[in-house]
Design a protein. Structure first.
Length: 115
C-alpha cells in the first residue's frame, strides 16, 4: 500500500492550499479516505474523511474552510484548504481505512501558515 501526499508548503494566513494523495496497492473503492494532521507537540487529529460513496465528515473547526473530495477513477483524494490560519500549521497525513478498520498512512506533507 502506498499513499503519496503532495501539495504542502508555505502560505500566508488567509491563503489557500490544495493537498492531494495518490493511492496504490489497494482497492481504492473499498476504502474510506481521509486527512489527519499533527502539529508540533500535539496529537494527530482528524481533519476530514470521505467514504467510497462520497459521504464526508469534518472536524468541527475545519468544516467551513476545508473541503475533502475523492476521485475513484484516479484513486486520489484531495483536501482544499481555504482561509488558512497559523494554527493550521502541521504535517498533514493521508489515510486509508478498510471495512475491517485497518489503517494505512502516507508519509505526510508539511503545511506552514505564516501570520
Amino acid at each position: 500500500v502506498q499513499l503519496q501526499a503532495s501539495g504542502g508548503g508555505l502560505v500566508q494566513a488567509g491563503g489557500s492550499l490544495r493537498l492531494s494523495c495518490a493511492a496504490s496497492g489497494i482497492n481504492f473503492n473499498l476504502y474510506r479516505m481521509g486527512w489527519y494532521r499533527q502539529a508540533p507537540g500535539k496529537q494527530r487529529e482528524l481533519v476530514a474523511h470521505v467514504t467510497s460513496g462520497g459521504i464526508t465528515n469534518y472536524a468541527d473547526s475545519m468544516q467551513d474552510r476545508f473541503t475533502i473530495s475523492r476521485d475513484n477513477a484516479k484513486k486520489s483524494v484531495h483536501l482544499q484548504m481555504n482561509n488558512l490560519k497559523p494554527e493550521d500549521t502541521a504535517v498533514y497525513y493521508c489515510n486509508a481505512m478498510s471495512h475491517s478498520r485497518a489503517h494505512f498512512w502516507g508519509q505526510g506533507t508539511l503545511v506552514t501558515v505564516s501570520s
